[in-house]
Design a protein around this ligand. Structure first.
Ligand code: B12
Length: 478
């Protein structure tokens, strides 16, 4: 019998979010003839013991570990997950001589630095399914893997990397969704993830998504997406969150998916949520989404100030936020606007204008993030470099020293907001219940989904759906 590939989920946050990437990787590995087993540390009370037990006395060809989040990306809390992940890699190493490979959406924001920090043998940046199967094949044959797409490895003491795999996702095998305990994730996490495409062609200066997923959109066919809904619905899973960067990029694909979902009666059978951009969002798309089972949308609005929207590289204007809101209301969709305050050029005036606009438009909820996480390879990281030595940059918060790869949480917070930026924003929000504004003092449960007990309890009581919408319903007694 050939040795199996062991896939390890290291994300233990609550509510639990299923590691979709591992599930998709398993489909490709199996299609290429590999045996696959899962160790889901999310549901293990003693991860160290579970690792030892899983690896003891078993032939293992390769161990793949996923890192979904490097940190919680919140300035107010600034929780760093990389040290814990490095500990898990170490624990695996102690139990096996099999090659250790790491990957994931968190891993892909800083692949070389995380390979160094963890001591894993290989990393795969970006899409993982095909490169992981290729690597497993190459290693099984004693081959030389250094030409594989997305591979990150050490050569003569230096970390080297290849470009990510950016092939057609529509040609990947059918998504079986059989690796994980999806029913348990639904019962405890309140939703299941589904991807309709990868990649994003928008030019938001702070976003790391295009680095890992590419700038060219690689779509799955509407029928493939609908099939995946069917697979999960058949197991009693009824609430979904799309895992696209932005569902309506491009709008034609979004419309095509909606048509297929409507044709299969998803409007009556499924309830789903998604991220979307206000750029080019139309009433036609809103009503198509509603007919297809969409119930709520989280828009990355970022700002209500035209100058700031331009600074952040957004492709819309403040006025569009009114039209988007109107389209959602007409279609009967619940929606929220996510703000990203404190970026380059933010002033007390631009922040005040943004909060005022939000109060005027009155989306169902407004999420406020203060401080923009800086990632290597983004335009924002170039802005930071141009501003001189990081340690003396008045616009940086978090780990500004000895962190030139931006791996530890570090945030841009425009000094023009003043010493007490959080206090100022809190004053502007003025206790308005429609706003989620996490602060260090009040705790971040108001909006952070990382170990959020309020959400865990609500889901236990039967709430389902996007977390912002569950928090909204809790507040409104809905
Ligand atoms: C949808 C989404 C959510 C939804 C999830 C809904 C659901 N049911 O799945 C919600 C809203 C709940 C959410 C919450 C959070 N999220 Co989120 N989320 C996303 C998003 C848009 C998609 C994630 C996804 O599933 N993608 C699809 C899968 C298939 O892709 P993937 O996971 O990347 O896997 C591929 C590769 O990474 C690789 N791979 C994965 N694992 C492995 C393992 C090995 C061994 C290998 C080789 C390869 C590999 O192969 C896979 C297939 O190609 C991403 C951004 C993005 N565009 O990916 C952010 C993202 C992952 N989230 C992020 C964050 C910060 C969070 C929160 C911590 C926010 C918070 N503070 O509340 C929480 C954490 C929740 C939790 N429990 O972990 C960040 C992480 C950034 C970072 N620095 O690490 C991201 C990248 C967004 C961003 N750019 O800031 N999120």
């Amino acid at each position: 019998m050939t040795a199996e590939v062991l896939l390890v989920n290291t994300n233990r946050l609550r509510p639990p979010v299923a590691p979709l990437g591992l599930e998709y990787a398993a489909d490709v590995l199996r299609a290429r003839g590999f045996g696959v087993r899962l160790l889901d540390l999310c549901f293990e009370s003693d991860p160290g013991a579970a690792i030892a037990e899983n690896l003891r006395g078993r032939e293992t060809a390769l161990v793949g570990l996923t890192l979904r989040n490097t940190d919680d990306c919140y300035l107010a809390s600034g929780v760093d997950f990389v040290p814990g992940f490095a500990g898990v890699v170490q624990a695996v190493r102690e139990q096996t001589d099999a090659p250790v490979v790491i990957g994931g959406s968190g891993y892909s924001v800083s692949p070389a630095a995380i390979l160094e920090a963890t001591g894993a043998d290989y990393g795969i940046a970006g899409d993982g399914e095909v490169p992981l199967a290729m690597l497993a094949g190459e290693l099984a044959q004693g081959g030389e893997p250094s030409r594989l797409p997305g591979l990150v490895w050490r050569e003569k003491g230096r970390v080297t990397s290849n470009r990510p795999w950016l092939g057609p996702v529509a040609e990947l095998p059918r998504r079986e969704r059989t690796l994980l305990d999806n029913e348990r994730y639904f019962a405890e996490g309140g939703q299941a993830g589904i991807e309709t495409k990868r990649g994003c062609d928008q030019s938001c200066i702070y976003c790391a998504d295009p680095l890992g997923k590419g700038r060219r959109v690689r779509a799955r066919s509407p029928a493939q997406v609908a099939d995946e809904f069917e697979v999960l619905l058949a197991r009693g899973i009824s609430h979904f969150h799309l895992c696209d960067s932005e569902f309506n990029v491009p709008a034609e694909h979004a419309l095509g998916v909606c048509e297929e979902l409507s044709r299969r009666g998803m409007g009556e059978r499924a309830r789903w949520y998604t991220y979307a951009t206000p750029a080019g969002f139309t009433a036609e798309l809103a009503s198509a989404m509603r007919r297809a089972g969409c119930v709520g949308i989280n828009f990355g609005a970022d700002s209500g100030d035209d100058r700031m929207l331009a600074e952040l590289g957004r492709g819309f204007r403040a006025e569009d936020l009114w039209h988007t809101a109107e389209a959602c209301r007409e279609a009967g969709l619940v929606f929220m606007y996510d703000l990203l305050l404190g970026g380059p050029g933010e002033t007390r005036d631009s922040a005040a204008r943004t909060i005022e606009l939000m109060k005027g438009i009155s989306p169902h909820r407004v999420g406020v993030s203060l401080g923009v996480r800086v990632y290597a390879g983004t335009e924002l990281s170039e802005v930071v470099r141009c501003e001189g030595p990081m340690a003396h940059n008045p616009n940086l918060r978090g780990k500004a020293e000895g962190n030139s790869e931006f791996l530890a949480p570090v945030f841009y917070l425009s000094s023009a907001l003043g010493e007490d930026a959080a206090g100022y924003i809190a004053e502007l929000v003025g206790g308005d219940q429609r706003f989620f504004f996490p602060t260090a003092e009040a705790g971040t449960e108001a909006y952070n989904y990382s170990d959020n007990e309020r959400l865990v309890e609500a889901i236990r009581q039967g709430y389902r759906g996007a977390y912002w919408d569950i928090l909204r319903r809790l507040a409104e007694g809905d």
